[in-house]
Ligand binder design. Structure first.
Ligand code: ADP
Length: 334
């Protein structure tokens, strides 16, 4: 297929504040892709119900996440930026795909097992079929490129399986979706405590949120785990130190990174200095996004206009796909 014609789709759940992982895993690619491809980007409010059934903060979160998308550089006139629940065709396609997804494979999904452990009081069917809903979101626009972080790799593999099954049974309707990152390897931004990834809803102190104020960023970075430093030249870096370098690579210039890499190699590194530098570079990077997002968030009528405009674009694309789907499935009786 012509690369220019490939369609892009991705989504982020409004379960809390967006963080550096969302930015480098997803949003950074969105912003680059909007110039090249037709793009659909969604606030995944229905997905958030699988783990966050209390909707009292949902509206506020949806508004903030939308504002944060735009503050990161997304142009709502160029892309379809919309809310998942504004496109009801999603639920219809989800229903059809559920008939092609098997209990055994869903139960084996790593994210399902993790979430079931974390939310053991609410292991609902929506949580189990999360990858099915995600597939519906993507293929509703017949998208094939999905900018996501590394944690989504398995979901995309499942999406390809569901698509293959659909196409095999009902005819060649959908392209097979691929996880996408401009830098080849999918990104995983590590949490500051060295355990797992930064995440919206868990380990708040080890995650840098785009809305964090300068002092909070400093405090969190300074708390990151370190040790007394290497005692012999060229010692391999422990995970938590490697993570600090990884974070530095995201926001610091190459001369700064080289300086600390050299200091590590020669056992003269002072982690206090490294973290101070990292904190200041983070602030330089994050503060403009934070300030712009907080401005945009106050303008409710602008955000509502954006949502309506996005829903229209996404709705038109969804309606066209569902017409093809119903015909392919033989659900066309008159
Ligand atoms: P969260 O896990 O924080 O709730 P979502 O599940 O809504 O985030 O994921 C939104 C997007 O952000 C997905 O593309 C996901 O891969 C990406 N993402 C989330 N956390 C990270 C991370 N720590 N590193 C890289 N990408 C991430």
């Amino acid at each position: 297929m012509d690369k220019q014609k490939q369609i892009v789709m991705s989504g982020i759940r409004p379960t809390g504040y967006l963080h550096l992982g969302n930015y480098f895993g997803a949003l950074r690619n969105y912003v680059k892709m909007q110039e090249v491809y037709p793009c659909f980007f969604m606030v995944a409010d229905l997905h958030s119900l699988t783990t966050h059934p209390d909707t009292s903060f949902l509206k506020e979160n949806v508004h903030r996440v939308l504002a944060e998308h735009i503050a990161c550089g997304l142009n709502p006139d160029l892309v379809a930026l919309y809310c998942q629940s504004h496109v009801p065709e999603t639920a219809e396609l989800y229903l059809y795909l559920n008939m092609l997804a098997y209990k055994g494979e869903l139960e084996k999904t790593v994210t399902f097992k993790d979430k079931a452990r974390l939310h053991s009081e609410n292991v609902n069917a929506g949580l189990l079929t999360y990858p099915v809903l995600q597939t519906a979101d993507i293929i509703l626009h017949r998208a094939s490129l999905v900018p996501v972080g590394k944690d989504q790799e398995q979901h995309l593999e499942m999406a390809r399986n569901f698509v293959q099954r659909f196409n095999h049974r009902y005819g060649q309707v959908f392209p097979e979706p691929q996880a996408f990152n401009f830098g080849n390897e999918l990104v995983k931004v590590p949490s500051l405590d060295g355990t797992g990834k930064m995440s919206k809803s868990e380990n708040n102190l080890a995650t840098l949120y785009l809305a964090d104020c300068d002092d909070t960023i400093r405090k969190k970075v300074m708390k990151a785990k370190t040790d007394a430093g290497p005692t012999a030249p060229n010692t391999p870096r422990p995970d938590y130190i490697e993570n600090l370098f990884l974070l530095m690579q995201l926001v610091s210039d190459s001369a700064t990174i080289q300086l600390f890499e050299e200091a590590y190699r020669s056992c003269t590194i002072r982690y206090g200095d490294m973290k101070k530098q990292l904190a200041e570079d983070m602030i330089r990077f994050m503060a403009p996004i934070r300030d712009k997002a907080s401005q945009l968030q106050k303008d409710k009528s602008y955000l509502e206009k954006i949502m309506k405009q996005g829903a229209e674009k996404a709705g038109a694309s969804a309606a066209a796909t569902m017409e093809i789907v119903r015909n392919a499935m033989g659900l066309n009786y008159y």
